[in-house]
Design a protein around this ligand. Structure first.
Ligand SMILES: C[S@@+](CC[C@H](N)C(=O)[O-])C[C@H]1O[C@@H](n2cnc3c(N)ncnc32)[C@H](O)[C@@H]1O
Length: 254
């Protein structure tokens, strides 16, 4: 298929950045036959990153796969804050790691990290293992903290947990690419969106060292409830927002 034809098909399917996407597809396709398949997948609404097999995140090319949450540009704020917190050798845990994009981006910015990650979705764990291998990261399948090695208790310097935070009732308002191609468990945070964050906050003091810090992304209308969740768990909360990135992060210090 010619690049012009690809642009035409992508545009007809509603892709806003048809020229850019066509270029990425042409550059990534290993063969003409695979290029045709990739264009067809994209026309069917499969997220571009799932078609390509990678996502651009914080200047890195992060592997993703079908059924794995695509890291969002706004999460760069969480990466920036977590990286700024680390001043020497440190233990970093990425809970609900998805592709492991956050841990990879922090480890790419800061040397000397001991990196651990976990996710409940086997597909995410498989991809995170690939993304974190260059940093010596260990990735575990399971529910929140449950699969982590016990010896990390009380030793974690930085805990990043970009858990699902969309209220259940708002999931249907997400773009179809997210709703139809990312697991519900990656998006749905319960009635007010903070069910998983509350579970993380409740257990965080057990795993953080004194002075250690939890970083979680939240929605702008969840600030007060998230503060209350962290305070209730015995953490000292602060909130950082970045309007350009449309991002809000709640930080909890033990
Ligand atoms: C919003 S995605 C974020 C993924 C990744 N942290 C990122 O920023 O790209 C939420 C992730 O939480 C995982 N998850 C949801 N519930 C979980 C649980 N109880 N234990 C572990 N992981 C969970 C999902 O599988 C998904 O990968």
């Amino acid at each position: 298929m010619t690049p012009e034809k690809i642009v035409e098909r992508l545009r007809a399917a509603g892709c806003v950045f048809a020229e850019d996407e066509a270029r990425l597809l042409v550059d990534s396709a290993p063969s003409a036959a695979r290029l045709d398949e990739m264009v067809a997948e994209r026309v069917r609404g499969v997220p571009l990153e799932h078609v390509l097999g990678w996502a651009e995140f914080c200047g890195l090319r992060v592997a993703v796969a079908p059924g794995v949450f695509v890291p969002r540009h706004r999460t760069e704020l969480l990466v920036r804050l977590a990286a700024a917190e680390i001043t020497g050798p440190a233990v970093l845990v990425d809970l609900a790691c998805g592709s492991g994009a956050i841990a990879a981006a922090v480890a790419d910015r800061v040397d000397g990290l001991d990196v651990y990650a976990a996710d409940i979705e086997p597909a995410a764990v498989a991809v995170a293992k690939r993304n974190l291998a260059p940093y010596g990261g260990r990735v575990y399948p399971g529910d929140l903290f449950a699969p982590l090695p016990g010896e990390l208790r009380g030793r974690v310097d930085v805990l990043v947990a970009n858990v699902p935070y969309v209220p259940s009732g708002a999931v249907e308002l997400l773009p179809p690419e997210a709703r139809e191609h990312e697991p519900l468990r990656a998006l749905d945070g319960g009635a007010d969106g903070l069910d998983v964050l509350r579970r993380v906050a409740a257990q965080a003091p057990v795993w953080l060292r004194p002075g250690g810090t939890l970083f979680s992304e939240i929605g702008v209308d969840q600030v007060e409830a998230a503060r209350a969740a962290l305070t209730g768990a015995g953490l000292t909360p602060t909130v950082v927002a970045d309007e350009d990135l449309d991002a809000t992060v709640v930080v909890g210090r033990r």
